[in-house]
Design a binder for this molecule. Structure first.
Ligand code: B1M
Length: 216
């Protein structure tokens, strides 16, 4: 199968919620020594994006959406569990969380996999994570960057709450904060005083890498 066919089939497996086929494609890509990140970004994630459109246009039911997103999550899990590229480990750590009240974690998962593929040490503490837990974990793991993802307009405020709480505790300067997620914008990031805003996973990984390389 050509690279183009693999990418196209990967996209389709998400639309069809076909986990078995999705995993076969990953195996196939591995034997072909294909860049898995490219397969995820251009294949699986593209299917995921189309799902979103179908759902928004009422052409996909919620249970169907859930089935497909479970396959997408499994794909990310499998890709993350594979030995990374030959990149050297970067010194420094990034903590990632989806904010409290928000279950959307596919985008965060993509940010995590992309950062890991860049050699960054990522601590992903999951979804629906309250601000206090984010801060507690950031201190515990002594991370350099705290990254939060929010997908609902109603949960964006958690990113603001994080900034406020860090300032209140007098530890704002200890961390670099990074925000993202579909409703999040550069304007929002600037307004709440977050350090970095990025629109997608690749940009997020590049900015994190840039910062960590400068720091060490
Ligand atoms: Co929901 N959902 N959802 N959903 N869902 C949206 C977000 C929505 C836009 C759909 C819609 O109605 N039009 C809408 C939000 C409206 C709003 O507030 N503006 C919505 C809603 C309303 C809801 C529920 C309330 C529905 C309900 O129950 N009635 C409910 C909320 C539950 C909750 O959170 N409390 C809900 C539930 C769900 C599912 C569980 C079914 C499922 C999530 C499964 C999961 O994630 N485990 C789901 C999904 C899949 C979606 C859509 C269809 C797709 C989201 C996604 O995965 N996108 C979404 C519609 C859409 O986006 N078209 C929708 C793909 C992902 C790769 O993109 O997450 O944007 P994204 O991540 C990108 C960038 O944003 C960026 O990089 C990523 C990759 O490039 N990025 C970062 C993300 N985080 C970053 C962090 C960074 C930097 C960059 O730095 C730290």
């Amino acid at each position: 199968m050509s690279k183009f066919e693999l990418i196209s089939e990967a996209r389709q497996t998400i639309l069809d919620a076909d986990e078995e086929k999705a995993l076969q494609i990953i195996e196939h890509a591995l034997t072909e020594e294909m860049d898995l990140l490219e397969l995820v970004q251009e294949g699986f994630a593209e299917g995921n994006r189309e799902l979103g459109e179908l759902f928004e246009n009422g052409k996909l039911s919620l249970p169907e959406l859930i089935f497909s997103t479970e396959v997408m999550k499994r794909v990310l899990e499998v890709v993350e569990s594979l030995p990374g590229s030959n990149r050297e480990k970067v010194k420094g750590k990034v903590l990632l969380a989806t904010v409290d009240g928000d279950v959307h974690d596919i985008g965060k998962g993509m940010v995590a996999s992309t950062m890991k593929s860049y050699g960054i040490d990522v601590i992903d503490i999951g979804r629906e994570v309250p601000v206090d837990t984010i801060i507690e974990k950031a201190k515990e793991f002594n991370v350099d960057i705290i990254g939060t993802s929010a997908l609902l307009t109603s949960t964006l405020k958690e990113q603001k709450k994080l900034e406020e709480k860090l300032r209140e505790l007098g530890i704002r300067d200890r961390f670099t904060t990074m925000v993202g997620g579909a409703p999040c914008t550069l304007r929002w990031a600037t307004r709440i005083g977050a350090d970095i805003y990025t629109e997608d996973a690749i940009e997020a990984a590049k900015k994190a890498l840039e910062l960590l390389m400068k720091k060490k």
